[in-house]
Design a binder for this molecule. Structure first.
Ligand SMILES: [Zn+2]
Length: 223
């Protein structure tokens, strides 16, 4: 992303409006013209906010009901007129609509209490839950349908004392096949030191990690 390194004036539209407003009126041509006049070269632009509403025509998520245009499509079109690069802002962790429909997707603390007041207000979801498929699908949707120049992933972290949700208890990642261009003498899982058998290939080795816990690490020991 050389353009990002090379652009000196960057903007961020941190536009968490939700639906608790009468309507959303946004004059995109004027906004982008004024960004250009201000010398903005790269603009990080809202696609999904902290409430969980989307600002583009999504088939997967919830489009903000107070928005009657495809805000992202207009922003991409207008930004191009001025050569402004657009980065898609996406709030990953916070989503009250998904949380209300799927309470089990919320992050939980050590007492099993769901995190419902992140930053004093928001529902914080766990990316080990099936919510990750929703996020991945929305990101794919944006990447495929809008000519954006990158993504900014906000709120990707685990809350202090979380996460103890049911999905983190039964981490469903196992039997992952790894191919790597190295030829170590042995491979083992740390910290238990469980030896992993591997197959030697022409350009490296191939092995299977049977199960990934919260702290497991595959160690490749060179000769
Ligand atoms: Zn969790």
């Amino acid at each position: 992303m050389a353009f990002y390194r090379d652009t000196l004036r960057r903007g961020l539209l941190d536009f968490h409006i939700g639906e608790a407003v009468p309507d959303i009126t946004f004059d995109v041509p004027r906004y982008m013209r004024e960004m250009a006049e201000a010398g903005v070269q790269t603009l990080t632009f809202m696609t999904k906010d902290a409430f969980g509403t989307s600002y583009y025509n999504t088939r997967i998520g919830r489009k903000n009901a107070k928005l009657d245009i495809d805000l992202l499509a207009e922003a991409v079109r207008e930004a191009k007129k001025y050569g402004i690069r657009l980065i898609a802002y996406y709030n990953v962790g916070l989503n009250s609509y998904v949380a209300n429909a799927n309470p089990d997707y919320r992050q939980s603390d050590q007492n099993g209490e769901p995190i419902r007041n992140a930053f004093g207000f928001y529902d914080l979801l766990c990316l080990n839950s099936p919510y990750r498929d929703y996020v991945a699908a929305q990101l794919a949707e944006i990447a495929e349908n809008y000519d954006v120049d990158g993504f900014f992933f906000d709120i990707t972290y685990v809350w202090p004392s979380a996460c103890h949700c049911e999905y983190c208890q039964i981490w469903p990642i196992r039997n992952i096949k790894i191919k790597i261009r190295k030829k170590p003498s042995r491979v083992y899982l740390a910290p238990e030191r469980i030896e992993l058998p591997f197959a030697v290939k022409e350009d490296g080795i191939e092995f299977v990690i049977p199960e990934v816990g919260l702290h497991a690490m595959a160690v490749l020991e060179e000769e």
